[in-house]
Design a protein around this ligand. Structure first.
Ligand SMILES: Cc1cc2nc3c(=O)[nH]c(=O)nc-3n(C[C@H](O)[C@H](O)[C@H](O)COP(=O)(O)OP(=O)(O)OC[C@H]3O[C@@H](n4cnc5c(N)ncnc54)[C@H](O)[C@@H]3O)c2cc1C
Length: 453
């Protein structure tokens, strides 16, 4: 039997796994690390550039973030920017766009104005843009018709900025993180294995035995499972996280036939809805054409486009359905706003009627948008593994982590998981180094990646 031993073994070659791999290689004295990825390359699922909205979620224009959450995301978002600057990746995989949160109608105008006053404490660069400023910066938000003869009837206002890094090709960043890890210290072992699907993880004595589908066996002192939607599946297989279930929320996009927006336009969140409001973004992989979305559709798969059929069974197991699951769904669906939202998002996927329904929602951003202007973005989008907390009987909205304290961690990473990859790895590397009696050069990490004093 072929058996290789590592101090730390990371499962999953998306951006979360790559970020941890990088930090271990560059900022710790762990000498022997490996990354196992089940597909043929890095970042083929949610971290791929076409799967997500390519946004650095800082918290300044995301109206679904509270003041406290915005403070946290600001710190971790900065790490993305600092990594890209450190490796000279600006204007290659990281870009600046104008960005804003748009309020439409009296109530939202009031909301944005108040929010601006509150949030400029955290984000001093934010500006409040009235209709005339928006006419200059993002004209299609202002006009009701394509000929630009009349304005939309509702009042509008936005809080935004035009000199910040906003956009990253997270698939490329995943590859850059792994490259940087391999180059950080050539005396270290930093192995990456592709086409290596982890099937089983067992704790034997003080080590973990990791068996893969292709029959290879690895052992490790510490294991971190950063397998996206599959993390909870692997945790359940080991008997961990049984009080959690996973709800796969697929997100799709619609793309315009030309460049419609100059920058990112986010909308005001309806507090009752569990997923972020629709937004418009220039797609850096499609010549800046505007991508609207994402939608939110519950699907019985752990991944889209690739291992759909295999992941169907895994998804049903990972949902971990019981009375508590039904109670969570019932509590969500008894609210008519949520019910209508779920139904509408289902219809957004049905060919024939989807475009005309979706365009109605997207017109809140660009009032003159017509069905002829957009196409369903085939092959785009991914799956957000939202965690159901069955003890609390509620849907958890952010990321979740299971750490039983015995040398293994499982991370579930819905949005904004790409933005927080280096911050999540910073949290995990401290736990790993404490457990293994290794050192993490936290001071150097903080100096390189944060503005913390
Ligand atoms: C529609 C949508 C829009 C989003 N927009 C944004 C955004 O704008 N900004 C942002 O910050 N975040 C966004 N996100 C979230 C972000 O994409 C994810 O949080 C992030 O990509 C998660 O990275 P990951 O590495 O944890 O998971 P993934 O990218 O899913 O990677 C997991 C990896 O694990 C591998 N794997 C799975 N099982 C196994 C196994 N058994 N053995 C070995 N390998 C395995 C997979 O093949 C995969 O490569 C969005 C997500 C979606 C779906």
């Amino acid at each position: 039997m072929n058996e290789k031993h590592y101090e730390v073994l990371v499962v999953g070659g998306g951006i979360s796994g790559a970020a941890l791999f990088f930090e271990l290689a560059k900022y710790s004295d762990v000498n022997n690390i490996c990354l196992l990825e089940k597909y043929e390359d890095l970042a083929t699922l949610n971290s791929k550039g076409t799967s997500n909205s390519q946004t650095i979620h800082v918290g300044d224009i995301e109206t679904n973030y509270t003041f406290d959450k915005a403070k946290i995301t600001k710190r971790t978002a900065k790490m993305i920017e600092k990594f890209c600057l450190m490796y000279n990746l600006q204007d290659k995989i990281m870009f600046k766009h104008q960005k804003m949160a748009l309020g439409v109608g009296e109530k939202e105008v009031e909301f944005i104005t108040k929010r601006y006053e509150e949030f400029k404490e955290i984000f001093p660069y934010l500006e409040l843009w009235d209709k005339e400023t928006l006419r200059e910066k993002e004209p299609l938000l202002v006009y009701a018709d394509k000929e630009r003869t009349k304005d939309r009837p509702e009042p509008i206002i936005a809080m935004g900025t035009d000199n910040e890094y906003t956009t990253v090709e997270y698939g490329e960043m995943t590859k850059e993180l792994v490259k940087a890890a391999k180059e950080a210290d050539p005396s270290k072992t930093t192995d990456v294995y592709f086409n290596t699907e982890v099937d089983e993880i067992e704790k034997i004595g003080d080590k973990f035995k990791v068996t893969t589908k292709n029959g290879t066996v690895y052992t490790a002192d510490y294991v971190v499972v950063n397998a996206g939607a599959h993390s909870l599946y692997l945790a359940h297989k080991m008997g961990y996280g049984k009080h959690m279930g996973s709800l796969s929320m697929a997100g799709s996009f619609y793309i315009t036939n030309d460049k419609y927006l100059n920058g990112k336009v986010y909308m005001v969140q309806n507090d009752k809805l569990p997923f972020a409001a629709l937004h418009g973004d220039p797609d850096i992989l499609c010549d800046g054409k505007t991508r609207f979305g994402p939608t939110a559709l519950a699907l019985l798969v752990l991944e889209r486009y690739k291992g759909i059929f295999k992941s169907l069974g895994q998804c049903i197991k990972t949902m971990n359905i019981d009375g508590a699951t039904f109670k969570i769904f019932w509590d969500l669906l008894k609210d008519s706003d949520i019910r209508n939202y779920v139904f509408k998002n289902f219809l957004f996927e049905i060919p024939g009627i989807n475009k005309s329904l979706f365009v109605k929602d997207a017109r809140k951003i660009v009032p003159s948008l017509s069905t002829a202007d957009i196409e369903y973005a085939k092959g785009f989008g991914g799956v957000r593994p939202q965690v159901l907390d069955k003890k609390e009987q509620k849907l958890m909205l952010g990321e979740a982590s299971i750490n039983p304290g015995n040398g293994i961690i499982f991370n579930m990473t819905p949005s904004p998981g790409a933005t927080s990859c280096l911050g999540n790895a910073e949290r995990d590397i401290q736990v790993i180094c404490n457990y293994l009696g290794k050192n993490f050069d936290h001071d150097q990490f903080l100096a390189d990646f944060t503005d913390d004093k």
